[in-house]
Design a protein around this ligand. Structure first.
Ligand code: NCD
Ligand code: ZN
Ligand code: ZN
Length: 345
């Protein structure tokens, strides 16, 4: 008997870190092998804050795509308290730029130049609403007195509700949601509010951080949460609801920067991303809903055409490589050296 196969429209990744330079060259193929497009995060060092920088970065990404592969980077701007309304209008006019990203300063990797006080960016949000350029949010407060596991829920309560009330027409994506609170909020909010869901938050709960010892390769932000939250995310992703779509948040860091006394946040999932999502949907008995989540809901929300190409997935186990790259630049991917139940044909 032959293995079960699933043929779907080629998916896109609506939240991705590609980095730059050697790292970009190392990781780009892992995404381009199965995703047609990706929303590329702007948290480089220094961050991508202008249209000119985003267009130049897009050129470097395209130059790094291996021959024989096609991939379209959808660029974003990194919002600072100095971003001008004019830059937003230029972003809207550029075919390269599809959204603006807000990082609360100090919330995550390379967020130091982000927004300290959201009330400082009102004028810019006003223009984004007017020209209809989506706002993407790392939705966590940064107050050290708030428990790290509560920072997403508190951000929604303190900030997201206000943004959505004051700018009701602003398209907003709460990135990498990790809690039932976030799922419930997004479902209650207007149709202008959506969320991406990573595959690691669908697969793992916070026990995975301390599984027989400290597991730095499961450290990401927002942190993995309790099992009840993971179940709420699986329910949302597999529900068929158009507000939820695929965003891996694949975020490569060198192995030695993660295995450290103060390790970096980020999980590198690109080498097995679509396969792992298939595993989650198969386990939930919802394989028929994978195509909507991975290939339709994102472009529909962003107002972009759906892809024409197809991919085929097969229920056939394979092993993720132990390490990607060599020497001091090696990266340890999600599920390194272990089996994944679905493979890309
Ligand atoms: N998710 C992470 O843990 N890390 C991301 C930043 C981010 O998406 O918050 C990174 O750039 O490494
Ligand atoms: Zn983030
Ligand atoms: Zn991210």
């Amino acid at each position: 008997m032959s293995n079960q196969q699933l043929r779907i429209t080629k998916p896109d990744d609506w939240h991705l870190h590609l980095r730059d330079g050697d790292m970009l060259n190392r990781v780009i193929a892992d995404t381009a092998r199965c995703f047609a497009r990706a929303i590329v995060m702007p948290n480089l060092k220094p961050p991508v804050t202008t249209v000119a920088e985003a267009e130049a970065y897009r050129g470097r990404i395209l130059a790094a795509v291996p021959e024989g592969m096609t991939f379209e980077p959808l660029m974003t701007l990194y919002l600072t308290e100095n971003t001008s309304p004019d830059e937003i209008r230029r972003a809207k006019a550029s075919d390269a730029i599809h959204a603006v990203k807000v990082y609360p300063a100090g919330a995550t990797t390379n967020s130091d130049n982000g927004v300290r006080d959201l009330s400082q960016v009102d004028a810019v949000l006003e223009v984004m609403q007017e020209v209809d350029l989506p706002l993407l949010l790392h939705g966590e407060v940064t107050d050290r007195e708030i428990d790290v596991f509560d920072r997403e829920a508190v951000f929604i309560e303190r900030h997201l509700q206000q943004i959505n009330t004051r700018f009701p027409a602003l398209r907003t994506v709460l990135e990498h949601v990790t809690t039932k609170d976030a799922v419930d909020y997004v479902l209650e909010a207007s149709e202008r509010v959506a969320a991406t869901i990573t595959v690691h938050h669908l697969l793992l709960n916070r026990n995975a951080l301390f599984d027989g010892g400290l597991r730095p390769h499961h450290y990401c932000l927002p942190l993995l949460k309790r099992e009840t939250h993971r179940q709420a995310l699986v329910k949302a992703a597999t529900s068929g609801h158009p507000k939820f779509f695929l965003g891996t948040d694949s975020a490569p860091h060198p192995k030695n920067a993660k295995e450290s006394g103060c390790g970096c946040a980020g999980i590198y999932s690109a080498p097995a991303a679509i396969e792992l999502y298939a595993e989650v949907f198969a386990d939930a008995g919802a394989l028929d809903r994978l195509e909507g989540f991975a290939s339709f809901h994102g472009p529909d929300f962003y107002g972009l055409p759906r892809n024409d190409d197809k991919i085929t997935l097969e229920a056939q186990a394979w092993s993720v490589p132990e390490l990607i790259g060599t020497g001091s630049d090696e990266i340890l991917p999600l599920r390194a050296g272990t089996e994944v139940a679905w493979r890309l044909v």
